[in-house]
Design a protein around this ligand. Structure first.
Ligand code: AMP
Ligand code: MG
Length: 413
């Protein structure tokens, strides 16, 4: 099999996986999930015209001459159903959200008034009919579709669901994900320190990448590089929706992952992608499980996760937005690359005086240097056709998690 482009590999994966089935969750558990049903308003909201201010309900026509003095005939609180009627020359004290009384056609905020003594209020500003009134159904109309299936549940969406009193809702199920690391050289977290071994960092970095998508994965541990042990572990992994296997997918004589998973009935759809870092990436499926053979190299593993696994997991969860957000940045320095593979350079982002981003490499881009990933705000994407990038050029940077927040407030008031 030849090297696939990143795009073709992504397409092949998304074609092979499907959206998962639907489950019911409580509203309190729904954040970050994807709605699997259409949601309609079950009432007009607000249910009647209400005041948008703490102030006085009055008739706009009474304010032809300013200041005007009106007779105060009552007090309406939020939650009251007023029975009074405001006649010419009268007003009623009204609170934000309280129903507008009969006869009134405007509200004036309290800041534009003063007491006139003896049950009177002096109005210091003219306002037209309709002023500071929230109209019946302004937020939502009874029966109206307020959320479509496929909507990602953000805090704002939770607010809407609560408004229509959706205590339980249908969402797309989250995939069950297993993570397996392979390699004789690996030392488990609980194993004694051995200076000749390499700590199994991939299982944990991958775990965190999966968690960042709102999924709690299961760590299967470390399988040694022998086909029998590997088969045992892989079989366990094939009970999940998604199996991530780290290492052993390359061309070394002890890279048993691909033949062993094929022997277990996984249909391999591709192996090797024109990506740097990370070309020994394998992907296959059974009727139940999508299997990713990720490169053992820690940086390659993480970069491949972002390009191939994250979109697949989001697709399975029903998301429409599958890919990391990209921004345009100015490159702080020249970058050497060779044409042929799409390269992902780990970069830090800062701001320039013009309000744009500046991208600076996190240092050596050797795929063995995992600090290059730990320091990165994003991945600078160098197209496979490029023969290096010049300083000052405009580049595309894929934002990694964590950059949704920034150091300072970022605006002036
Ligand atoms: P492989 O893809 O199995 O040939 O692994 C390539 C290299 O990646 C190995 O020599 C290790 O240095 C490193 N590596 C493999 N698996 C892991 C892991 N789970 N955690 C950290 N490094 C790993
Ligand atoms: Mg290995």
């Amino acid at each position: 099999m030849e090297h696939l482009s990143v795009k073709h590999a992504q397409e092949c994966i998304l074609e092979a996986i499907g959206r998962l089935d639907v489950e019911t969750v409580r509203l309190e558990q729904a954040l970050g999930r994807v709605l699997a049903e259409e949601v309609r308003a079950n009432r007009d909201q607000p249910p009647y015209d209400v005041s948008a201010m703490d102030g006085y309900a009055l008739r706009g026509a009474d304010l032809a001459v300013i200041p005007a003095t009106l007779a105060l005939i009552g007090d309406i609180q939020a939650g009251d159903m007023p029975s009074l009627t405001v006649q010419t020359g009268q007003c009623a004290r009204i609170m934000t959200g309280a129903p507008l009384p009969q006869g009134a056609d405007a509200v004036i905020r309290v800041e534009d008034t003063q007491s006139a003594g003896e049950g009177g209020v002096q109005i210091n500003r003219a306002v037209p009919a309709g002023n500071d009134i929230r109209r019946l159904g302004e937020n939502m109309r009874n029966g109206e579709v307020v959320l479509n299936a496929g909507t990602e549940i953000t805090p704002g969406v939770i607010g809407i669901l609560a408004t229509v009193k959706c205590a339980q809702l249908q969402v797309t199920r989250r995939p069950r994900v297993a993570i397996l690391s392979t390699g004789n050289e690996l030392e488990g977290m609980d194993e004694p320190f051995d200076p000749n071994k390499i700590p199994n960092s991939n299982s944990y970095a991958l775990m965190a990448q999966v968690q960042a998508l709102g999924i709690e994965p299961v760590l299967l541990g470390i399988a040694r590089d022998n086909p029998a042990e590997l088969a045992e572990y892989l079989q366990r992994g094939l009970k999940f929706d998604v199996l991530l296997v780290s290492g052993g997918s390359s061309v070394g004589v002890h890279d048993y992952v691909r033949p062993t998973i094929e022997a277990l009935g996984v249909r391999m759809l591709f192996w090797r992608v024109a990506i740097k870092p990370g070309h020994p990436l394998a992907f296959g499926t059974t009727s139940k499980t999508a299997v990713f053979g990720l490169p053992g190299n820690p940086v390659s593993s993480m970069v491949c996760f972002e390009q191939f696994v994250a979109p697949a997991l989001r697709g399975m969860m029903g998301h429409a937005r599958l890919y990391r957000r990209t921004v345009t940045a100015r490159l702080a320095h020249a970058v050497k690359t060779r044409p042929g593979r799409t390269e992902f350079i780990r970069v830090m982002l800062s701001g320039d005086d013009a309000g744009g981003y500046v991208a600076t490499s996190t240092g050596t881009q050797s795929s063995g240097v995992s600090l290059s990933m730990a320091r990165a705000d994003g991945l600078l994407v160098v197209p496979a056709t490029c023969n290096g990038l010049a300083a000052g050029g405009s580049v595309t940077v894929q934002l990694l998690d964590g950059t949704a927040f920034q150091d300072d407030v970022g605006f002036r008031e």
